[in-house]
Design a protein around this ligand. Structure first.
Ligand SMILES: Cc1ncc(COP(=O)(O)O)c(C=O)c1O
Length: 422
């Protein structure tokens, strides 16, 4: 009998994870769900900011927002961006849709696994999707030179790169992404999806936004929902030269953005410090969560610069069974990756959360392992790290690389925090 009373059949319904609201409804009033599934910033907005939003809720809901062009202009001024290089929409997903409709004509290359809309959207509109499989043996690390070669062989006309990539958390240094854009300056379009890049602490200025806007065929995507921990608002933006941004902006409906989005855009300049602090706390939690997950014997934790970890479960565990077990017995929602192209149910994506929640997750995972796959207890973490392919010792790890790659890619740049806004 499930301890939380949640009917786990709702987890088995569609190609996507059940939404938080589906689960909350299934759990009933008062049930607490800890969400390790949807990657958002747990430290932003601050409680004071939520209070401010609550105070203004009546007028936010009652009145029309300003038109999208005015909100976009405000966002550009807050972030210090040239207004003509910005187009803002209902989440970066809406921009992916418009990029597909307007800028992808015949084919697009994309490394997999990745965010599903990058493969599904162009397929739905009849484009050829050239999937470049990332390899588990390489820790799902993207080799840009091999990817360029693949794009040339397939004659793809558009190339997409997600930096940081979802679900593996791999980060590509900025200079390499710039080289990649330049190597493909003859394509119809190069898209760099930076929806998770603010969570990276790999280098001070990781974004190629400023580089994209001075190139003829480059687009950078950002998700404000992810950065600000406000997925429900649905807001994201893209950066490109004025011709490309203008083409997309012209297609968007006049009142495309809602009043909550407008309110938050006006709030962020006053809360830059809090945002910066939220990113610092998230980096700290990423390090400690990586250490905690590594205590689970047989679990492989892939190094991440995102606000999530990709893990591979021990061979005899089932991702579907574990996900159901955690929901039913611990009220913990996780993402098993069986429905992601290039992945199997042996993989899970676990969102970075504060330590108390991670304790609950690790306890639940260990309990699952002990109840269903008796393994005779769990090893000392340092000993376990010695057995693991990706790990040497925690002490060796730099700021964010929980598990260094063998022969690693690390540079001396893994030090400074990036600026709050690029
Ligand atoms: C790489 C990537 N890009 C874009 C998105 C969509 O973000 P948004 O919520 O802003 O539509 C996601 C969502 O998970 C993602 O993983």
């Amino acid at each position: 009998m499930a301890r939380t009373g949640i009917d786990t059949s709702i987890l088995h319904k569609g190609a996507h994870s059940a939404s938080y609201f589906d689960l909350a409804r299934a759990a009933g009033e008062g049930a607490e769900i800890v969400d390790f599934c949807i990657p958002c910033n747990p430290y932003f907005p601050t409680p004071e900011m939520f209070d401010e939003l609550s105070r203004d809720l009546k007028s936010i809901l009652k009145y029309y927002p300003s038109d999208s062009a005015s909100i976009t202009k405000k966002l550009a001024s807050v972030l210090g961006l040239h207004p003509q290089t910005v187009a803002m929409a209902n989440g970066s997903t809406e921009l992916i849709t418009w990029i597909d409709h307007l800028l992808i004509k015949e084919s697009v290359a994309i490394p997999i696994p990745t965010f599903g809309r990058w493969t599904d959207q162009p397929m739905e509109t009849g484009k050829r999707v050239d999937m470049f499989p990332l390899q588990e043996r390489d820790g799902f690390r993207l080799d840009l030179e091999e990817y360029v070669q693949f794009i040339r062989e397939r004659k793809s006309r558009v190339a997409v790169v997600c930096n940081v990539n979802n679900p593996d958390g791999h980060y590509i240094p900025r200079r390499d992404v710039i080289r990649f854009m330049d190597a493909l300056s003859d394509l119809d379009l190069v898209v760099v999806d930076e929806s998770f890049i603010d969570f990276s602490d790999a280098e001070r200025y990781p974004s190629v936004g400023p580089d994209a806007v001075i190139r003829p065929n480059a687009v950078v995507l950002k998700s404000l929902g992810k950065n600000f921990g406000l997925h429900g608002i649905r807001f994201g933006y893209m950066l490109a030269n004025p011709a490309i941004s203008g083409k997309i902006a012209k297609m968007l409906p006049k009142w495309n953005l809602n009043s909550l989005a407008e309110k938050v855009v006006h709030m962020i300049s006053d809360h830059e410090m809090e945002y910066e602090e939220s990113l610092r706390l998230l980096s700290r939690d990423r390090r400690s969560m990586g250490r905690e997950l590594n205590r689970i014997q047989g679990l492989t934790v892939f190094p991440s610069q995102g606000n999530f970890f990709l893990v591979k479960l021990p061979n005899e565990w089932s991702g579907v069974a574990l996900r159901d077990y955690l929901v039913a017995n611990h009220g913990i929602m996780t993402r098993e990756c069986g429905n992601k192209l290039g992945m199997t149910s042996q993989f899970m994506r676990l969102v970075v959360r504060p330590a108390a929640d991670v304790d609950r997750l690790v306890d639940g995972m260990m309990e699952y392992g002990q109840r269903f796959h008796s393994r005779g207890g769990y090893d000392d973490p340092m000993e376990a790290a010695g057995n693991r392919r990706w790990a040497e010792s925690y002490e060796d790890q730099q700021a964010d690389s929980i598990v260094p790659y063998p022969g690693g890619q690390r540079t001396g740049e893994y030090t400074a925090r990036r600026a709050a806004v690029s």
